[in-house]
Design a protein around this ligand. Structure first.
Ligand SMILES: O=C(O)[C@]1(O)C[C@H](CCCOc2ccccc2)[C@@H](O)[C@H](O)C1
Length: 145
């Protein structure tokens, strides 16, 4: 069964616990459950991961090269800083979707630039936690399922 990697960057482990006015009340576990249901209904598995460490996210992208049909990533703050993450995603040849819970383009100017967007096949921002589900549905469409 094909696997979708859903990767989450720094501080997203606090999702639902802090700043609900920006990031909503859903937790990463809520998002994992919702995405898992969609994936299962379409014959896919989800590997849902979060790390505050850049190197761990990079290692998971390298792991995804072996067995993932696509990557959905919320790089969090590394979005705006990490060439290393962009380079790692550049080694992954199947679809990549970048997700942001908030509309980064309505926030501080430093959030308006994304290194990851240079690789992403699609970018979803400002749709809350549902952005992950929307990215997954787009990936499923691209897989012809
Ligand atoms: O809107 C998004 O999903 C972001 O990727 C979230 C990042 C922040 C992730 C931290 O999430 C928290 C959630 C709850 C409480 C504190 C941080 C931020 O640095 C990006 O510019 C946009």
């Amino acid at each position: 069964m094909q696997t979708v990697y859903i990767l989450n960057g720094p501080n997203l482990n606090l999702l639902g616990k802090r700043q609900p006015e920006i990031y909503g009340k859903e937790t990463l576990q809520d998002i994992e459950v919702a995405c898992g249901q969609i994936a299962e209904a379409n014959g896919l598995k989800v590997r849902f991961l979060q790390s505050n460490a850049e190197h761990q996210l990079i290692d998971w992208i390298h792991e995804a090269r072996e067995d993932a049909c696509g990557i959905i990533i919320n790089p969090a703050a590394y979005t705006h800083t990490s060439v290393a993450l962009l380079d790692a995603l550049g080694t992954f040849e199947r679809p990549v979707f970048e997700v942001h819970i908030s509309n980064v383009h309505k926030r501080e100017s430093f959030r308006h630039h994304s290194y990851v967007s240079l690789r992403a096949d699609g970018v979803i921002a400002g749709c809350g936690a549902q952005g992950y589900e929307l990215a997954l549905l787009r990936l499923i469409r691209l897989l012809g399922r």
